[in-house]
Design a binder for this molecule. Structure first.
Ligand SMILES: Nc1ncnc2c1ncn2[C@@H]1O[C@H](COP(=O)(O)OP(=O)(O)OP(=O)(O)O)[C@@H](O)[C@H]1O
Ligand SMILES: [Mg+2]
Length: 360
């Protein structure tokens, strides 16, 4: 895995507190060989299979992949928030040099919300219906910071204003069900940002929001990174947002990482045919919009009866015999991909499929 050297903690005032390790380049968060499966009546659903990645202070890691590729489940596992009793979770999750896997509920409560915060894809996951939004943000702040109730209240109102909630003083007193979906999402974002976490996991933070508010939220995420040297894991379907915000990107397919690299590497010279398809699906910024956006033909494989070989092979127009034999390993240094196409053949292969880029 590469180290991002562009934005090291030492370059951020006050950032030394973020790293306990002597090595200032040590990642804030290291995930190794994460596996999540669910026992179901139909069989074992393998949602995440051997995922490894790391995030450094001050960097934004984009996580992309189609619906069901394991984006949310991986990061919920990092937060210790997979509640399903049928879930089987394995792997190692090290935060600031400390193994989180197997930590007590009490210890995880101290870390969650304060040190590592998550903006949930479904805002209701983070909100309790029986308390006002303001009360919930105040509690969150006071659980992790030594602030008086009055100061926490003022901070909560300020945060509600920052995430674009009009008349934040009045909205502070409302219950979650009295807010629209977009407002609820903003309230959850305010809650996640309230303690200036070292690591922010943002799961589709702007999907339900209109473009203006979306820009405001993305600006807040950048500000968190700039002012506090926080690391951000940004899960999104929107390749445009990734291109604009992320320093590095990991591409998931059917619970595995199929490509990883800096944003520049990934957009300039993507290696994996699946990434070619994702990039081809980005709508053009100018010129006539296509009547139909290109989509990658086919559907992801069943996560119960997985293909023996590369999980993308059945949809891949470049597949050859060996692709069906076993899942390819991630190969490369820094920029890496799990595909058997030889580096020397990549360009020709992409030229072959890219004009149509999977137009269905
Ligand atoms: N409790 C569960 N029981 C069985 N399977 C589950 C459970 N929770 C998640 N899964 C499966 O795990 C896989 C990964 O789900 P996940 O929510 O991580 O997808 P995602 O990449 O976040 O998708 P989206 O983009 O739609 O949010 C999916 O196939 C999903 O059906
Ligand atoms: Mg999800």
């Amino acid at each position: 895995m590469p180290l991002s050297t562009s934005f090291m903690p030492s370059s951020i005032p006050g950032c030394a507190v973020l790293t306990d390790s002597n090595d200032s380049q040590a990642p804030l968060l290291t995930v190794r060989d994460l596996r999540v499966s669910f026992r179901t009546a139909r069989g074992l659903v393998r949602a995440v299979e051997g995922l490894s990645f790391e995030v450094h202070a001050g960097e934004i890691l984009g996580v992309v992949g189609e619906s069901g590729s394991g984006k949310s489940i991986s990061l919920l596992a990092v937060m210790g928030l997979i509640q399903d009793p049928n879930a089987l979770i394995e792997g190692s999750i090290v935060f600031k040099g400390r193994e989180l896997f197997g930590l007590s509920k009490r210890a995880m409560l101290d870390i969650r919300g304060g040190e590592i915060a998550m903006i949930f894809q479904d805002p209701m996951t983070a909100l309790t219906p029986v308390y006002t939004v303001g009360w919930q943000i105040v509690e969150q702040i006071r659980a992790h910071q030594d602030l008086s109730r009055h100061a926490a209240r003022e901070r909560a109102i300020e945060l509600l204003g920052e995430v674009g909630i009009p008349n934040p003083r009045a909205q502070f007193e409302r219950y979650p069900h009295q807010l629209s979906g977009g407002m609820r999402q903003r309230a959850v974002i305010a809650m996640a940002l309230s303690c200036n976490p070292s690591v922010l996991i943002a799961d589709e933070p702007t999907t339900a929001l209109d473009v203006t508010v979306q820009a405001q939220i993305l600006e807040l995420i950048k500000k968190l990174r700039r002012d506090f040297g926080s690391a951000v894991v940004l899960i999104t379907h929107d390749m445009g947002v990734v291109a604009e915000l992320a320093d590095r990107v990991m591409v998931l397919y059917a619970g595995r990482m199929v490509e990883h690299g800096t944003t520049l590497e990934l957009f300039d010279e993507p290696w994996h045919p699946y990434t070619w398809g994702l990039i081809a699906s980005i709508p053009p910024l100018d010129g006539p919009r296509p009547r139909r956006l290109p989509a990658i033909p086919g559907v992801p494989p069943s996560q119960i009866d997985r293909p023996v070989g590369c999980a993308f092979a059945p949809r891949c127009r470049c597949r050859f015999e060996r692709c069906g034999e076993r899942p390819p390993d991630l190969v490369g240094q820094g920029h890496e991909s799990a595909c058997l196409i030889a580096a020397s053949d990549r360009k020709a292969a992409r030229d072959l499929v890219a004009p149509a880029a999977g137009v269905s």
